[in-house]
Design a protein around this ligand. Structure first.
Ligand SMILES: [Zn+2]
Length: 354
């Protein structure tokens, strides 16, 4: 019988506690049935994960409907199927998803987000796109993942130092996951935001802990934070009509764009072009823009899209996490900030290991 006690985090401010209370009154998200895990034990206040003397748990592997030392995670990497421990998976995923040059506390926060993500995938069962594996290494399908050999080839002489940083972040957060109301949380993340993260309801469906929060990164922290793309009026017209043939672009270009509506987080909800309301996310895809924080203007050269930040904007901002860490924020404060109302739990405790 394992007696790994649950530890809790103390929310960094009264504001967050109030937000958590307000959010708990909202409807809970619908979870896939097979993702439900047993209720977590009562939290003890004052716990500190990094000083925990609990045995390591990432050495365990996971599959089917629970966790056990004999389980393995199956990863599809190209044509290869690999059996990995959680720690082995996390090394390749953390290194592929966040630069090793980031602050240690940001890497820890990302490790917890990825651990939660992969355990959710394993508990959810086989994916339609690859029934033979729990996860794949394609970032367009699952999270990105790279083998140690590929990482070493990419890092060169920095390999040892980078691997040490990545492994330290995984060990420092060993076994820790983000939970909401007894289930593993949807720990989605993105590269950078424009002052505020996006609510999940702006793109997908609403989730209580994926609501807009302030994010501290700026152009000083993020390469390519603000980027402009100029599209000629001819290309703009062709691209819009290819997706929205009903749009009326018969008049002068000055008359094509007639309005923009913003979301709660200040991103483009939709933009009206030729009388058609085009969602911000569709506009982003159509013109390969970096985010839906879009400023659109017409100049002599054509339409200028100026975007701020990179990614869908929901959940943890990686550059925001790095800025928080540089300003002294701990990994548990970062996670509490970007996933308000959630708790940190041990994967072992959540499934009631024998
Ligand atoms: Zn996949």
């Amino acid at each position: 019988m394992r007696t790994n006690s649950i530890k809790s985090i103390i929310l960094p401010s009264l504001l967050l506690a109030l937000m958590a209370l307000m959010l708990s009154a909202l409807a809970a998200p619908k979870w896939p049935e097979d993702n439900t895990v047993s209720p977590q034990p009562e939290s003890e206040s004052g716990g500190n994960w990094q000083e925990s003397s609990s045995p390591t748990s990432d050495g365990l592997t996971v599959s089917g409907d629970g966790f056990d030392a004999s389980y393995t995670l199956t990863l599809l990497d190209g044509d290869e199927t690999l059996e990995l421990t959680i720690a082995e998976y996390l090394q390749g995923s953390l290194a592929a998803e966040m630069p090793a040059s980031f602050e240690p506390e940001a890497l820890c926060a990302q490790a917890v987000a990825l651990r939660t993500y992969v355990l959710r995938k394993c508990l959810a069962g086989p994916s339609d796109s690859h029934p033979e594996a729990d996860v794949c290494s394609d970032s367009g399908c699952c999270a990105a993942w790279r083998s140690e050999q590929a990482l070493r080839e990419n890092w060169g002489e920095d390999s040892e130092a980078n691997l040490e940083k990545i492994r330290s972040a995984i060990q420092a957060t060993d076994g820790v996951c983000v939970s909401y109301e007894g289930s593993l949380a949807q720990t989605v993340f993105h590269s950078s935001s424009d002052g505020m993260t996006a609510g999940s309801g702006e793109i997908w469906s609403s989730v209580p802990y994926l609501t807009p929060v302030e994010s501290p990164e700026s152009s000083d922290d993020v390469p390519g934070y603000i980027q402009s793309v100029t599209v000629s009026t001819g290309d703009f017209k062709d691209t819009i009509l290819s997706a929205y043939p009903e749009a009326d672009l018969s008049g002068e270009p000055e008359t094509w764009v007639s309005g923009t509506a913003l979301t709660d987080s200040g991103r483009v909800d939709h933009i009206t072009v030729g009388g058609v309301d085009i969602p911000g996310s569709a506009l982003r895809t159509l013109f390969s823009l970096r985010s839906t924080s879009i400023d659109l203007e017409l100049s002599g050269d054509g339409f200028i899209f100026t975007t701020t930040g990179y990614g869908h904007g929901v959940g943890m901002s990686q550059y925001g996490a790095n800025t928080m860490a540089r300003n002294g924020g701990s990994w548990n404060e970062i996670l509490a900030w970007y996933y308000p109302g959630t708790q940190l739990v041990s994967a072992w405790d959540m499934v009631g290991q024998e």
